[in-house]
Design a protein around this ligand. Structure first.
Ligand SMILES: Nc1ncnc(-c2cnn(Cc3cccc(F)c3)c2)c1Cl
Length: 302
């Protein structure tokens, strides 16, 4: 059983209704029917939510998501209404809270891959294809794909992995027209993200978008976008196909958790131990580094 060591007790805020506790985020509703997404400093690795938080992670990823929403706005409207916490919210919600339009969410994880790794690589090794899309022979872990691929998944139950599905299955689920729109928009958004990231020496290996429809039926970009929690970012200088690529933000934690020093046995399905201060500080520095490298600006807080 992976997931939470101890499920956190959500902060109660007058006027807000707590709706959902995600691995690293909380979701609330306002009395007027808007949604409030709160990014915490929690971090997950190996499908576990770790008992140690990374200071400022929530603010760094919220600031990065907002930065990307602005640069994707010509391709898709976003659900974000405001980055100001609602009245009565705790002071430490500032900078890690987004008030969003409530949408009719499309029940498809819209994943685009420009490089082969993770579940895509596993599926490719099984049958030479990902989500039913045949790929050339001879690809390795981290291989760059000639063309980015839309590899949708269905949202898994809590604690389970999302399941990769074919475009045909998505068409059967949401209709061929919407499935086509989702693929086209997902690949366009990925292409924009990859282009901007590569200009800054960062490879966007893959990313997951979530869409909803507004009252007018228009597709709106929801959730978070192009953050290290929804995407794999690799430093370009460390890229070499044929082995796992160093992940910008999670590698330090993964390496420590799988080292003898942690005393943790991932296969034993026991909760991971707390992280040493040095691992926390180095991981925080990585989140700062990916924010500053992508946006070209210093983090917007102390
Ligand atoms: N604009 C929207 N309209 C309707 N539903 C959503 C929605 C529902 N769930 N999620 C994922 C999630 C986001 C944060 C914290 C969590 F715990 C879970 C997003 C959104 Cl963003």
């Amino acid at each position: 059983m992976s997931g939470f060591t101890v499920k956190p007790e959500p902060v109660q805020v007058p006027g807000l209704t707590h709706l959902h506790t995600g691995k690293v985020r909380e979701l609330y509703a306002t009395a007027s029917g808007e949604l409030v997404m709160v990014a915490t400093d929690r971090v997950s690795a190996y499908d576990w939510v770790l008992p140690t938080e990374i200071p400022d992670k929530g603010r760094l990823l919220t600031a990065l998501s907002l930065w990307w929403f602005e640069r994707l706005a010509d391709l898709a409207p976003s659900h974000v209404l405001s980055d100001a916490p609602p009245p009565g919210a705790p002071a430490d919600w500032k900078g890690r809270t987004l008030v969003c339009r409530r949408l009719d969410m499309v029940p498809v994880e819209c994943v685009a891959r420009g490089y082969l790794t993770g579940s895509g690589l596993a599926e490719y090794r099984e049958g030479g294809a990902v989500c039913g899309v045949a790929l050339p022979a001879g690809l390795e872990d981290g291989s760059r794909l000639d063309e980015p691929v839309f590899t949708p998944a269905t949202k898994a139950e809590v604690g389970e992995h999302d399941e990769n599905v074919s475009f045909e299955a998505v068409s059967a689920q949401v209709g061929a027209e919407l499935a086509g729109e989702l693929r086209e928009l997902t690949l366009a958004l990925y292409g924009r993200g990859r282009e901007i990231a590569e200009e800054r020496g960062v490879l966007l290996a893959d990313t997951k978008f979530e869409f909803g429809r507004d009252a007018g039926g228009r597709l709106v970009l929801a959730d978070e976008v192009l953050t290290p929690d929804s995407s794999r970012f690799w430093p370009a200088e460390g890229w070499a196909p044929g082995r796992p690529q160093p992940s910008y933000d999670k590698q330090i934690i993964r390496d420590w958790l799988t080292s003898a020093e942690s005393g943790w046995d991932r296969a034993a399905d026991t909760p991971p131990p707390p992280l040493p201060d040095e691992v926390v500080e180095r991981t925080r520095a990585k989140y700062v580094e990916v924010y500053e490298r992508l946006t070209g600006t210093p983090v917007p807080f102390g």
